[in-house]
Ligand binder design. Structure first.
Ligand SMILES: Nc1ncnc2c1ncn2[C@@H]1O[C@H](COP(=O)(O)OP(=O)(O)OP(=O)(O)O)[C@@H](O)[C@H]1O
Ligand SMILES: O=C(O)c1ccc[n+]([C@@H]2O[C@H](COP(=O)([O-])O)[C@@H](O)[C@H]2O)c1
Length: 201
């Protein structure tokens, strides 16, 4: 194991929440804790990304985003990481392949908000991602219905887990996915950035 990588025990179920976290907010904390409980995960790793390949606007410096995320997230079962920057990966398909290579005995699941499911078919090699890891989707205000009717959801419909198996998400051979309804949080990094731009303007 390379120095500085997060520790994991064989058989652990770990959710990967990739994001810009620009900045991290309580919505991220909320969905992480809900996902951990509902999907039966032992741990969640936040992958604070060097930059979303689909976003043209570059985020704040990585160190600053990590600092804020670590200040906010106090759950000992959640690790805030800069894994993509460490591994030199940018596309999620590469990140997951590399993480699975480094941790062959861990059961990973990819986590995302419902807004990301809607654009998932634009991600690089999205079908490969779905073939590599189970995917857990968490409801987000305004995005539940678009997510259910998205191209990805329709394409992967037959792999959707029934409610009774959602808690075993990370144990399910991919493709497998589930969308959970949780008490929703309206928080978003865009709104926070807009507010702070308003304050400083
Ligand atoms: N309030 C929320 N409810 C559900 N999912 C969320 C929420 N906030 C963020 N997420 C999810 O967390 C992951 C990381 O999100 P991200 O860091 O982009 O935050 P964001 O608030 O969506 O930012 P932005 O507004 O800049 O797009 C994504 O999968 C996103 O869908
Ligand atoms: O690999 C891709 O093509 C890809 C395209 C869009 C988003 N992603 C990943 O999705 C995660 C959520 O991104 P964001 O910016 O919505 O927080 C983050 O880990 C991104 O790297 C990945």
């Amino acid at each position: 194991m390379r120095a500085g990588l997060p520790l994991a025990l064989p058989g652990m179920r770990i959710g990967l929440l990739g994001g810009s976290f620009d900045p991290a907010h309580e919505g991220h904390v909320h969905i992480t804790e809900q996902a951990m409980r509902r999907f039966g995960l032992d741990r969640v790793w936040w992958l604070v990304s060097p930059g979303n390949p689909l976003k043209t606007r570059g985020p704040a410096p990585l160190d600053e985003r990590l600092r804020i995320a670590r200040k906010l997230m106090h759950n000992p079962r959640v690790e805030v990481t800069a894994l993509e920057s460490r591994l030199g990966t940018r596309m999620t398909a590469d990140t997951i392949a590399e993480i699975q290579r480094l941790y062959p005995f861990v059961r990973f699941a990819w986590l995302m908000g419902a807004d990301n499911l809607v654009q998932f078919d634009r991600w690089d090699r999205w079908a490969e991602i779905a073939a590599r890891v189970p995917i857990g989707v968490i409801a987000r205000p305004g995005w539940r219905m678009p997510a259910r009717f998205s191209r990805t959801a329709r394409g992967l419909w037959r792999f959707r887990l029934p409610e009774t198996r959602v808690s075993q998400l990370a144990d399910c051979p991919p493709p497998a996915w589930a969308i959970i309804n949780v008490p929703m949080s309206k928080l978003s990094s865009t709104a926070i950035r807009a507010r702070s731009a308003g304050v400083t303007a």
